[in-house]
Design a protein around this ligand. Structure first.
Ligand SMILES: NC(=O)c1ccc[n+]([C@@H]2O[C@H](COP(=O)([O-])OP(=O)(O)OC[C@H]3O[C@@H](n4cnc5c(N)ncnc54)[C@H](OP(=O)(O)O)[C@@H]3O)[C@@H](O)[C@H]2O)c1
Length: 286
């Protein structure tokens, strides 16, 4: 692939994309933006720190070196900071920088159904999507559902019986790869990435079946859930506290349902279900 790719952050979603790209024999040059507190040794494969790949340390959107990171780049994969009040402003600035640098294609990692504007994160994404669609850049929007993650414990702040849409990180990374391999054919597309709709109660039952022991959801009040999360990586300010509180209330009432048809089309196979994911990730003797 004669491309160069800029990945605007190195979080949960993009680290998976980075590993998938690096596993290719024809991996294009990748440039990743990270903050200075990132543990480069632990968070990034060594391969990423040697030519033709690179990690550029940028503290925030006002860093004068940020615009330089877009020079020579053909494709940008933008994954905005989660639960950050400045997500919209920083994403708009990043779209502008991509445009000014002559980037050929912009992939935006958005959320499933940003029209659910009662949720802070979704509202921000809706505005970012609008700005991107009017940017005159070629783009692909990936509306990802929640990623399936088994942390060994299910603590939630909403009803365990309400269904939510999930996607597997590998499927998401493979979708990004499909777009990178042929960006033009995915221009001006907006893809909903959903594997299945399932409640946490049923996820607990699936894990229990696989590990052959009882697994229960720990259902907390919104206040207790917030207390559990406060001070964690995800909840470091009042904006994040407020956003999480609203998510819990919203999920309790509405859940977040989606449809797997688009992901099935993109992958050319059935998307990875929770059962597939658990069978892949859980140790065989568990
Ligand atoms: N996780 C999901 O289930 C999911 C599903 C659908 C869509 N999304 C969307 O995908 C995006 C990434 O999600 P994720 O789960 O990968 O999040 P994540 O693991 O929290 O990663 C977020 C990245 O943004 C960086 N970041 C945070 N605050 C920043 C700031 N103020 N300035 C610069 N960089 C900052 C983080 O860097 P540090 O590590 O240095 O803090 C990290 O690299 C989000 O926009 C989210 O809405 C996520």
């Amino acid at each position: 692939m004669s491309l160069s790719i800029l990945i605007t952050s190195a979080g949960r979603l993009t680290q998976h994309v980075i590993s998938t790209l690096l596993s290719l024999s024809d991996c294009p040059p990748i440039r990743v933006i990270a903050r200075s507190h990132a543990d480069l040794g632990r968070s990034f494969p060594a391969q990423l720190r040697s030519a033709p790949h690179s990690v550029v340390i940028i503290e925030n959107i006002t860093d004068p070196n940020l615009a330089n990171a877009f020079q020579g780049i053909s494709i940008v994969l933008h994954s905005g900071p989660l639960l950050d009040p400045k997500e919209e402003a920083s994403s708009v600035a990043i779209i502008d920088m991509a445009k000014n640098a002559g980037v050929k294609h912009f992939i935006l990692c958005s959320v499933l159904q940003p029209v659910r504007t009662k949720l802070h994160i979704h509202k921000a994404k809706l505005n970012i999507e609008e700005y991107l669609t009017e940017s005159r850049l070629r783009y692909t929007i990936l509306q990802a559902s929640d990623v399936a993650v088994n942390t060994g414990k299910i603590a939630i702040g909403f009803s365990p019986f309400v269904e939510h849409a999930f996607v597997d990180l590998n499927d998401l990374a493979l979708t990004v790869l499909t777009i990178i391999r042929d960006p033009k054919s995915h221009s001006y597309a907006c893809y909903e990435l959903v594997a299945e709709n399932i409640s946490y109660h049923n996820i607990a039952r699936l894990i229990a079946q696989e590990v052959r022991r009882d697994v229960q959801c720990e259902v907390l009040s919104t206040k207790d859930y917030l207390a559990l999360m406060t001070g964690s990586y995800y909840v470091r300010n009042e904006h994040a506290e407020d956003a999480i509180t609203r998510i819990m209330m919203y999920y309790d009432r509405w859940g977040l349902l989606g449809n797997p048809n688009v992901l099935r089309f993109l992958l050319g196979r059935e998307p990875t279900s929770w059962t597939d994911y658990l069978r892949r990730e859980l140790p065989t003797d568990s």
